[in-house]
Write a protein that binds this ligand. Structure first.
Ligand SMILES: [Fe+2]
Ligand SMILES: [Fe+2]
Length: 423
């Protein structure tokens, strides 16, 4: 039974502690001299730039997780959990030392721990900042209220499941793959393999711990779902390279879609093991789970490129393909009984992108481009505003109040609007 293997029962805390003892390693013992040579001679400019961008987020991430775990340690209810969490704090400090050494001795960033952190700080993405600001916020809140189980569930959901499970492990998987295949950076390759093994152990702990919390009370369960809903739109934005440039991954022989598909599969597996269905998470509920993961990742990238998800500083430029994806998603979050009670189709008048309509036939909802004929309800907005509402980036109630969304229809039809979709 190994952490990370999907089918097995969750691993015990004492077994996880034993694995920590068995798998100890040294970050200061690694010899980076060959790596420094490879960095200068074997890597292209693009590969150096891409590696720096990616590893900067690991360095800053490891610093943050080493710093924010003590509130979880204090709040953990049992001694077995506290013993494992103590080992994890040690691991995170070691990971910080490992990435710090690489950044300074191989990539030439900074002259000591503090200056190396500042040297790479400007490289992180919008999504990274949001996720880690939230980690600071929620762990601070837990530090002040260690007895608050719902806050504990939120911290573990963000820390172990999102930051470590959804972000770090997929990133490390692809790094391990290319450094081995290209036979480059031997000390880094050895270190990242150790880091990756540690992270699998941390995530296995988090799945067990959060699973217990989620089963213990509906408050904890709701709090965890709320955190996943809050963090997922940011997490999507973490691995978006500067200017959406695909060469940041293609120079190492993988695609952005590939890593997103890997991360999505891994995240859904973890949610299921915790006891939360992926369809309970807002953004995932719009996805068609029958599509293979590579197709779901490809569609996510259509929305990322259109500026709809992944970086909320961008104003969406909605492509026809993005609209099709959004309306297909809408058919999965429409309440069929409410839609049926309208007695006619719903029309979407996108002032700058044509018309779509949604109708319920044979017990399921379908969305099609073009006018509805005799709509029971017409929603009017720009395509960009509709896109923001569709991915819960804009609250439809606020959109109505600010007249960014207008509604036409009979009084009784309009009254049904608040219950029509799960936004
Ligand atoms: Fe770590
Ligand atoms: Fe970790």
């Amino acid at each position: 039974m190994t952490p990370g293997s999907g089918k097995t029962e969750v691993i015990s805390y004492s077994r996880l502690y034993r694995l920590w003892e068995e798998n100890s390693w040294s970050a200061t013992g690694l010899d980076f001299s060959t790596d420094a040579k490879h960095w200068d001679e074997k890597l292209t400019d693009r590969q150096r730039e891409a590696a720096l961008w990616n590893y900067a987020m690991f360095l800053l991430g490891e610093e943050a997780v080493a710093r924010t775990l003590t509130p979880v340690l204090d709040a953990a209810p049992t001694h077995e959990q506290k013993i494992f969490l103590t080992t994890q704090i040690v691991d995170e400090a070691r990971h910080h030392v490992f990435f710090d050494r690489f950044m300074r001795e191989v990539a030439g960033q900074g002259t000591d721990i503090e200056s190396t952190l500042s040297a790479v700080d400007g490289l992180v993405t919008w999504g990274f900042r949001q996720v880690f600001n939230e980690l600071d916020r929620v762990s601070d809140a837990l530090r002040k209220k260690p007895g608050d189980r719902a806050l504990l569930a939120q911290t573990v959901a963000l820390y172990h499941v999102v930051v470590e499970g959804l972000l770090a492990i997929p990133g490390q998987h692809f790094i391990q793959r290319y450094v081995e295949k290209m036979e480059i950076l031997p000390a880094f390759s050895e270190g990242i393999t150790n880091v990756s093994r540690d992270e699998s152990r941390h995530v296995a702990f988090g799945i067990r711990f959060l699973g217990e919390l989620v089963r213990s009370s509906t408050d904890c369960r709701d709090a965890a779902v709320e955190m996943f809903n809050r963090a997922l739109p940011w997490a999507i934005g973490v691995f978006i390279p500067p200017n959406l440039d695909p060469s940041y991954t293609e120079c190492f022989d993988f695609t952005l879609e590939e890593i997103y598909a890997f991360a999505l599969r891994s995240f859904e597996t973890k949610l299921n093991r915790i006891g939360i269905a992926p369809s309970e998470i807002a953004l995932l509920s719009r996805d068609n789970a029958d599509y293979p993961y590579d197709e779901r990742a490809r569609r996510a990238w259509v929305l990322i490129r259109a500026g709809i998800i992944g970086d909320e500083r961008r104003e969406p430029e909605v492509s026809p393909e993005a609209l099709e994806i959004l309306f297909e998603g809408l058919t999965r979050i429409v309440h069929l009984d409410v839609a049926r009670a309208l007695g006619g189709p719903i029309e979407f008048d996108l002032t700058d992108a044509g018309t779509w309509h949604l109708e319920v036939t044979n017990g399921h909802a379908e969305a099609h481009p073009g006018p509805a004929g005799k709509p029971a309800l017409t929603l009017q907005s720009t395509a960009a505003d509709w896109a923001k509402i569709s991915v819960s980036r804009m609250d439809p109630r606020v959109a109505l109040l600010t007249r960014k969304l207008k509604v036409h229809g009979s009084l009784s039809s309009r009254a049904k609007l608040p219950k029509l979709f799960t936004f």
